[in-house]
Design a protein around this ligand. Structure first.
Ligand code: 5GP
Length: 199
């Protein structure tokens, strides 16, 4: 995994910047959908990626699916707040969309991997880092296999990355074990409400 610092964060904005990480298959997408349904004023940053879309994914909603050439141009022009290489593909957070949403008073969720999260904390020290953990490594493997979206080779690669990611979760501000999805969503919602109260 490579990772690169691109632009400086702007500390004068209103909405909170919240990073949500966790190994592939831990349930981040389902969790965030429940969160967005139940809490107004929270939006997700839509990343750009060079990974091809999975079956049900929609361009512009799940990701901006772009070519490596386009991504590289984006890097050069300073389009990305942060970006990283994961499993052979590039993933990056568009800076302007995040800034605009925060300036409008919305809390912005970045669903990104661990090295991107570390960079965000460096660029924007008041960002809040949340790590979603599986109940166990065996459970994670079961969930990844039942998803049926990746080949055995990809699953093995994602599990290898997951092992490393779990080792880095102690650098996060908050850790939540996703045992029961509804309960995890409610804990995440309460966490964001408490962050709003604090500021
Ligand atoms: P997936 O291919 O499963 O959608 O994503 C692979 C990993 O890349 C996940 O951990 C996801 O959170 C992370 N990711 C998605 N977008 C970004 C991004 O913009 N920046 C970084 N650093 N990681 C991202």
């Amino acid at each position: 995994m490579n990772n690169h610092e691109v632009m400086n964060g702007n500390p004068q904005m209103n909405g909170e910047l919240i990073v949500v990480s966790g190994p592939s298959g831990v349930g981040k997408d389902a969790l965030l959908e429940l969160l967005f349904d139940s809490l107004p004023g929270v939006v997700r940053s839509v990343s750009a990626t060079t990974r091809p879309p999975r079956d049900a994914e929609i361009d512009g909603k799940d990701y901006h699916f772009i070519s490596r050439g386009e991504f590289e141009k984006g890097i050069e022009s300073g389009y990305f707040y942060e970006y990283a290489e994961y499993g052979g593909n590039l993933y990056g957070t568009p800076k302007s969309a995040v800034d605009e949403q925060r300036a409008a008073g919305n809390d912005v969720i970045l669903k990104i991997e661990v090295q991107g999260a570390e960079l965000v904390k460096k660029l924007t020290p008041d960002a809040h880092l949340v790590f979603i953990e599986p109940p166990s490594f065996e459970e994670l493997e079961k969930r990844l296999r039942s998803r049926k979206t990746d080949t055995d080779e990809k699953i093995a690669e994602r599990l290898g990355i997951a092992q490393k990611e779990l080792g880095l979760s102690e650098n996060y501000d908050y850790r939540i074990v996703n045992d029961d999805l509804l309960e995890t969503a409610s804990r995440l919602k309460n966490l964001i409400l408490s962050l709003r109260d604090r500021t």
